[in-house]
Write a protein of this length. Structure first.
Length: 451
């Protein structure tokens, strides 16, 4: 085999491709036929072979503003030259407070404090610890159980893997947190090709959420600390909750003193056509995790927002002058990340991009659902500016998805695949013409494969 590194990575050792152990990647296949991006600008990407691609998934749901925004780059540069790093352990810098306040302004009223992390996975671990600390502070330390959901993705740290409902992400890691119980997932055969939330009658939503009543009947509501759900399950392929589902979970949690956590790592910052899923669905959780689009993906950062009730309970339980919450990361609220976050939120507002996402959604979904009828397509789901095309498997689960992803890349479209499901989540700056090109490319690639 030719050494693919020689012209790909000029100036590096011949085995440079080999030296990087890539995440969530079939490494051997990738290194035999690499796909590298060497430039990104707006929604256009350039491969190492000079071909151009449209970014159909905002990279990994990270970049609603499109790539290469000079406002973010300049804010980060200025910050690094002014003050490149300050610890947030018993010190601080102004950007962290400004960004926390800006995030709170995007959230419903009860959310008054934000804890910064560096990723979605860290946000999940942080939320787990906040839930534990809150119940201990209230004298309810016996709440040691967590409820999650089949087909959930909450990142890859041990906390997130313990909550995970995706078999491949957990079967090789047998040592996870104990005491996690699963709700059923919300996908239902009868509601294939539904646009938006399935079953307006609310019957399905209430029935699925009533799993929580059954868990409570088995374990006792007083032993459960929190329920974690993505408002729309993103990584498993845009599973939109049926009407009434989130509302019912909220009611049950409230009745039993259980915290409700919305993992909004994908749904946060306009993806559903409202600032967060909480506003989209009109259901207010107790804790919200976020990451990705907080900085438009330009600098790693995550955050956890909590209500004043949670914050004050934990803080006021500690003696005056003591550290109230024994948790934090060296890079919590890194100045460069805060600068990127502030610049990003400013652009969302000045360009009216959450409203644009809301308005563009119906065109995007019209085009997405125009793929319906292709014999390889098992289901299409979509809401806001996120949609999934689930293909029938061909042999081993995921084999067809892997082939499609590669073919799409060389046909000019990046789409994130999970198994056999392609998940589209275009940047909010995309034009209707860009969306046409994305869907046309997806359809043409499917046709080419099939023939
Ligand atoms: C809902 C959800 N939670 C958590 C994560 C983990 O985020 P990260 O990869 O930044 O750790 C993801 C990543 O896709 C996610 O979709």
């Amino acid at each position: 085999m030719d050494d693919p590194t020689s012209d790909l990575l000029p100036g590096t050792m011949p085995n440079a491709l080999d030296a990087y152990w890539m995440p969530f990647t079939p490494n051997r296949a990738f290194k035999a036929a690499p796909r590298l991006i060497v430039k990104s600008d707006g929604i256009r990407l350039t491969s190492h072979k000079g071909t151009e691609l449209l970014d159909g998934s905002s990279a990994l749901f990270c970049s609603p503003l499109g790539h290469g925004r000079p406002e973010i780059a300049e804010a980060v540069r200025a910050q690094l030259l002014e003050n490149d790093y300050t610890t947030s352990f018993s010190m601080g810098h102004p950007g962290s407070f400004a960004l926390a306040e800006a995030v709170c302004r995007l959230l419903p009223e009860p959310f008054t404090q934000v804890f910064f992390t560096n990723s979605g996975s860290e946000s999940i671990d942080t939320a787990l610890k906040i839930a534990m600390a809150y119940h201990r502070a209230r004298g309810e330390g016996q709440r040691v159980r967590f409820v999650s959901r089949e087909r959930a993705y909450h990142g890859v740290n041990i906390g997130g893997v313990s909550l995970a409902g995706m078999v491949r992400n957990r079967e090789t890691f047998p040592v996870t947190m104990p005491n996690v119980v699963m709700l059923r997932h919300t996908w239902h055969e009868d509601h294939r090709f539904t646009r938006g939330q399935p079953d307006p009658s609310g019957a399905l939503g209430r029935a699925l959420a009533s799993d929580l009543e059954r868990i409570i009947a088995t374990y006792g509501g007083g032993t459960i600390a929190a329920v974690f759900v993505e408002p729309v399950a993103g990584s498993t392929g845009c599973l939109v909750p049926p009407v009434g589902y989130l509302e019912t979970l909220r009611e049950i949690c409230t009745a039993h003193g259980i915290l409700l956590v919305f993992d909004e790592v994908i749904t946060g910052f306009g993806r559903l056509g409202a600032a967060f899923g909480t506003q989209k669905f009109g259901v207010t959780p107790d804790i919200i995790t976020m990451a990705k689009a907080l900085t438009n993906g330009a600098i790693p950062m995550g955050a956890v927002a909590v209500t004043s009730e949670i914050h004050d309970t934990i803080v006021n339980a500690a003696p005056e002058g003591a550290i109230e919450f024994f948790h934090g990361y060296t890079y919590s609220a890194h100045p460069a990340a805060c600068a990127a976050g502030l610049a990003t939120l400013k652009l969302y507002e000045s360009e009216g991009l959450f409203e644009r996402a809301r308005d563009l959604s119906s065109y995007f979904l019209d085009r997405l659902y125009s793929l319906q009828g292709h014999p390889w397509i098992k289901d299409i789901r979509g809401i806001g500016m996120m949609g999934a095309v689930e293909l029938y498997p061909d042999g081993a689960p995921g084999a067809r998805g892997t082939q499609m992803q590669d073919a799409l890349f060389w046909n000019g479209l990046h789409v994130k695949f999970t198994g056999d499901t392609g998940i589209l989540a275009p940047a909010f700056i995309a034009s209707e013409d860009d969306l046409d090109q994305m869907i046309d490319c997806f359809g043409a690639t499917l046709d080419k494969f099939q023939s």
